[in-house]
Design a protein around this ligand. Structure first.
Ligand SMILES: [Mn+2]
Length: 244
């Protein structure tokens, strides 16, 4: 394992968590020299907190920046900061500690009792909502500046209400920008593939495993960037489905 991979993997939580009403599962396929993707989640009472970040650059520097961004996130979360203030905190700390660098990311909070979803998208591919196995579309709301440039202001949070059975797919650009002969894997291919897997009623970790293999196959096992996907399922029988 490379040093960059040590830095990256030591910071990751268990890849799947299932609780009452919610399943969160992630798959991270690093490229050869580590592209700087990372993620984290926690469930506090009835609220699921999740982040996915993608640091600029490659190697140890990118892994350190990604892990640092997640550290700031954890600290903010444990301090009880709102999601908007958490985004500001990451922005400011990354600007201070890694001047001239940045990380894109998505932060979300889901109330697993009511389905209330709050989120911030910071220069990152916008998560896609699936309802009844079909993509409804990308989450609405502004896509803000990445973390670390010092441009994030107040009012960065968007909100919506999920319906029972909804699934959210977070992903890094390494998934959609995987290339074969100059042609990107692309969002359309991602949504089509994902919808078909959801239709097969697979558990979240198996769905993600198949997605990563699809991306690897597409690029003939030579990723140019980390490919990461995080799936959040909100439903009353999410846990039952995982255990089937
Ligand atoms: Mn990337």
């Amino acid at each position: 394992m490379s040093l960059a991979a040590e830095v990256q993997w030591a910071a990751l939580p268990p890849l799947t968590f299932a609780g009452a009403g919610v399943v969160v599962s992630a798959a991270l396929e690093p490229c050869y020299d580590i592209g700087g993707d990372s993620f984290d989640y926690a469930v506090n009472g009835e609220v699921l907190h999740t982040i996915l970040v993608d640091a600029v650059g490659h190697g140890v520097a990118a892994a350190r920046l990604a892990v640092f961004a997640v550290d700031v996130y954890r600290n903010a979360r444990r301090s009880g900061l709102s999601i908007g203030d958490t985004a500001l905190s990451i922005d400011r700390w990354v600007a201070e500690q890694f001047p001239g660098e940045f990380a894109t990311g998505v932060i979300l909070e889901l109330n697993t009792r009511t389905g209330q979803l709050d989120y911030v998208v910071a220069g990152h591919p916008t998560p896609v909502l699936f309802r009844d196995q079909r993509p409804v579309g990308a989450l609405e709301g502004p896509n803000r500046y990445p973390f670390g440039l010092g441009y994030l202001g107040p009012g960065t949070t968007s909100s919506m209400g999920l319906e029972n059975g909804d699934r959210l797919l977070l992903f890094s650009d390494g998934i959609v920008e995987a290339r074969r002969e100059g042609v990107e894997f692309g969002t359309e291919r991602l949504l089509d593939f994902f919808g078909r897997q959801l239709d097969a009623h697979l558990a979240a970790p198996e769905t993600l495993r198949r997605l990563i293999h699809q991306v690897l196959d597409y690029q003939e096992d030579e990723l140019a960037d980390d490919a990461t996907a995080v799936l959040v399922e909100w439903s009353t029988d999410a846990l039952d489905r995982l255990l089937l």
